[in-house]
Write a protein that binds this ligand. Structure first.
Ligand code: PMV
Length: 331
């Protein structure tokens, strides 16, 4: 029996579009979250007759869809993870955040699964447990999960802007200014309705997207500018790239065919308000990003937590249903 937990992450440079065996179309970079995570208990044994997940309890209830998803994944990795041919698992999983909060629950769940498989492999074969191996196993389950096994910031995908980058696994981005060592992420839940497009379908939309090549080039440039801003501790330049990435993701979805509009009117109202507030209060370092949903992640230095929370509780109050105050994971 092993017990693990793994956090969710929020992408600053978005992974959108993939090819081959879950390789990203472009490099991405994310912040790992402290309070939104998955706790998992995994019981394992080897059998010559059966393999795969026997029981999967999500929040104490049987979850056949998740179970089937993990079994398809285990089958698909048999060539790179031969133990999957004989490995039987009973899994109990729970999240610290609501399932429908629009927070990438697949990232934390699949990162936890990747960790479990890495630990099992190390226990059975006696091989040393490597973080790159864990990240690779997580990636094969869900691309963004590859980044969730690393604290602070993680980058995934081949990039000319940093050393040792890989499309197989994520690596830590450590070279940031201390202005970026304590960062808040307050998530405004604007709607908790089911997403109209799965991320798998979303990635597929990029295959024949008319802006595909332009997006690859833009992500390359944005990645470079973002890490430069983070190295210099420059919140303003960081924020400009952060918001551009979020709006690009949604722009790409809106002009895909078929087209998807995931933003709500209240998302746009909140964006306008945040931008106005920055005009009024020039000292405010508050920028937004958005995942594949309508909810806003407000990113800011924790030193400004009080004024950000005040803004959330006053001017932004009517625009969201609930709020989750999270922050960067530092260990
Ligand atoms: O890991 P997936 O396949 O769920 O894709 C996640 C894609 C985004 O969350 C929209 C962006 C990202 O980089 O996390």
């Amino acid at each position: 029996m092993i017990e693990i937990s793994a956090p969710s992450n929020i992408a600053f440079i978005k992974y959108w579009g993939k090819h081959g065996r879950q390789f990203p179309m472009n490099e991405s970079l994310s912040m790992t979250l402290k309070n939104c995570y998955t706790d998992m208990e995994v019981e394992y044994w080897l059998s010559d007759d059966i393999a795969g997940v026997q029981n999967f309890l999500f929040e104490n209830k049987n979850q056949e869809t998740f179970k089937a998803k993990i079994n398809r994944y285990l089958q698909s990795i048999q060539d790179v993870y031969p133990l999957a041919r004989r490995l039987c698992l009973n899994i109990k999983s729970k999240n610290t955040f609501p399932h429908s909060a629009g927070i990438a629950s697949s990232a934390s769940a699949m990162a936890a699964l990747g960790k479990a498989l890495g630990i099992i492999e190390a226990e059975i074969t006696g091989k040393k447990l490597e973080i790159t191996r864990v990240s690779e196993l997580a990636r094969l389950a869900s691309g963004s999960a590859s980044r969730s096994v690393i604290p602070y910031y993680a980058s995934w995908g081949k990039s000319t802007s940093i050393d040792q980058s890989s499309q197989n696994y994520a690596i830590a981005f450590k070279d940031f200014h201390h202005n970026f060592s304590e960062v808040g992420d307050s998530i405004l839940i604007i709607s908790d309705a089911e997403k109209p497009v799965s991320s798998t379908a979303g990635h597929q939309l990029m295959e024949s997207h008319p802006f595909r090549e332009a997006r690859i080039e833009q992500a390359r440039k944005n990645f470079k500018s973002l890490i430069q801003a983070m190295k210099e501790g420059d919140w303003r330049s960081f924020g400009a790239v952060l918001e551009n990435e979020a709006l690009t993701l949604h722009g790409l979805m809106m002009n895909s065919s078929p087209s998807f509009i995931l933003l709500e009117a209240k998302t746009l109202d909140a964006i306008r308000l945040i931008r106005e507030e920055r005009e009024v209060d020039k000292e405010l370092s508050l920028y937004f990003t958005i995942d594949a949903g309508p909810n806003l992640h407000l990113i800011y230095p924790l030193a400004q937590e009080k004024r950000v929370k005040r803004l959330i509780e006053t001017k932004l109050k009517s625009l969201y249903k609930s709020v989750i105050h999270d922050q960067i994971l530092t260990e």
